[in-house]
Design a protein around this ligand. Sequence first.
Ligand code: ADP
Ligand code: MG
Length: 356
Amino acid sequence: MALARAYAVGLVGLDGHVVEVEADLAQGLPGLTVIGLPDASLAEARDRVRSAVVNSGQAWPQKRITLALSPASLPKRGSGFDLALAAAVLAAAQALPAGALQGRVLLGELGLDGRVRPIPGVLPAVLTASEAGIHRVVVPLENLAEARLVPDVDARGVGSLRDLVRLLTGEEYDEVEPVRVLPEPGTDGPDMLDVAGQVVGRTAVEVAAAGGHHALLLGPPGSGKTMLAERMPGLLPALDRKAALEVTAVHSVASALPRDQPLVTRPPFQAPHHTATIASIVGGGAGIARPGAASLAHRGVLFLDEAPEFSPRALDALRQPLESGRLSITRVGGTATYPASFTLLLAANYCPCAKP
Ligand SMILES: Nc1ncnc2c1ncn2[C@@H]1O[C@H](COP(=O)(O)OP(=O)(O)O)[C@@H](O)[C@H]1O
Ligand SMILES: [Mg+2]
């Protein structure tokens, strides 16, 4: 069989699509072409995949190899397709049993030595696979806990391309997950107990937390505005399972998930500095936009300290998420929509001329 198919997932924002990776080996000058709207990092996959296959002790087929990603119209971004590309080549070269790739989604970036590296967006990708009816996924070992958050999916972790070959040929391999300690919900972060007096400010923050109201803290420097604001997330209840998955998906796409915490269970707190760019606040970047602080604060608190120091354009850009609870950002690679429903907390001195 000189033709083989593997499956991966392409993400545009949080929307995923199952991507079919076809490998065709033909007679002709040895070479490798990737077609189907790949971005720069995906085009580089050619070199990563070849080195990884060779350094994993497999023969690289001396054929004219064409790798096609479909649907071709969908922009594909990032290095998460490496594993599926390598598996498709190996299956086409009959180094993997026929049918081993059927009904499986393969996600992961390859190192030149054949190691499988973690990738962003594993949670939304596995959710996409599950919704598309594919219930077997292979992910980088370091993303295994994240993939296992999705129910009804048989998730396996691999640390190297060798492990993947062993898994697909039915051999045993070490699937040792890095040890993770789940934090106790509600015990982290600064505590309102530290605040002495300040009854009006405290009540304002408590009312804002209870009702999800936006609030502006006005006062002279040193009066405890920053201190009060940082203690607001501690007043909010832990996220329920649905909300936690939603928040985790956004953080996963932004590569902002802490390694020891596959599921974000506490309402997030984002406090961008006033010199932050608009793109880092509302989201942006080349190709397909990545989430910004406003989306990372989804179901939590977005705190703008020294609010008048932010550029008026950055403050205006928050109008859309404040009204609709989501942010749609169009870039050349497509329109990404991220949830951005947060409690906005602003702090300011009475006058910008006040001494810090
Ligand atoms: N009500 C308070 N209770 C306890 N400490 C306070 C209080 N107000 C201010 N502080 C102390 O003063 C420091 C500066 O407060 P900060 O929140 O930065 O003020 P602001 O942001 O209003 O300029 C805090 O880190 C804290 O140590
Ligand atoms: Mg302050």
